[in-house]
Design a protein around this ligand. Structure first.
Ligand code: S6P
Ligand code: ZN
Length: 192
């Protein structure tokens, strides 16, 4: 016997607005939510003294059935920098060690940064159309290096869980900074 949530469901993605409908939950991440992540702390403090700008929005739709807990998330990452560091997501690793994720970049350009708990690091270059598989136990962060909104779709299990602590503690091995107008990888002082 199927219950109400066990029936197929579709949502409609709008490539112009980078949103989908119907949406269940929206979350905003502002600079105050990410202040530990950016390397230029004096710049973070001076921006926050004036305002608390939006860095990205996340639109979620859980698809929970009686036997599964798949979810859809669309992240809209605004263009810009904090000091010389590009706007980026907070970054997390899944709490469960058997939980991968798919990211699909539908708009914009940037990088997907990936890192294991032992510090193995990868950066995947993203343009519209890039689809990346994030294996279990790789922390993941997206950086917007273009002048427009970067939009990506995520597919994952709700039970994966999100652990932000390793990123708050040490961050990623590399910072992605704007140098002479170009995205440039620089070793993070927190790893050296
Ligand atoms: C969930 C998935 C995304 C992120 C979103 C925001 O597993 O990876 O929906 O939650 O891109 O990133 P963060 O690091 O703030 O959760
Ligand atoms: Zn994730």
């Amino acid at each position: 016997m199927l219950n109400e949530n066990d029936y197929p469901i579709s949502v409609q993605f709008d490539f112009n607005s980078g949103t989908f409908d119907p949406v269940k939950i929206r979350d905003d991440r502002k600079l105050s939510d990410l202040q530990m992540m950016f390397h230029d702390k004096p710049r973070v403090r001076s921006i926050l003294a004036e305002a608390d700008p939006l860095i990205y929005e996340i639109w979620y739709h859980p698809f929970e059935t009686s036997k599964s807990d798949m979810a859809l998330g669309v992240t809209r990452l605004l263009p810009g920098t904090v000091g010389d560091e590009y706007h980026m997501t907070k970054g997390h690793i899944h709490e469960r060690d058997d939980q991968p994720e798919i990211y699909f970049c539908v708009q914009g350009e940037g990088y997907l940064l990936l890192q294991t708990i032992d510090g193995e690091f990868r950066a995947e270059r993203w343009t519209a159309g890039t689809i990346s598989h994030i294996p279990p136990m790789w922390a993941h962060r997206v950086v917007n290096t273009c002048a427009d909104m970067l939009v990506f779709v995520a597919s994952y299990h709700l039970s994966a869980g999100h652990d932000y602590a390793p990123i708050i503690d040490k961050g990623f091995r590399k910072l992605l900074l704007e140098r002479e107008g170009q995205p440039t990888f620089v070793d993070s002082p927190r790893w050296t």
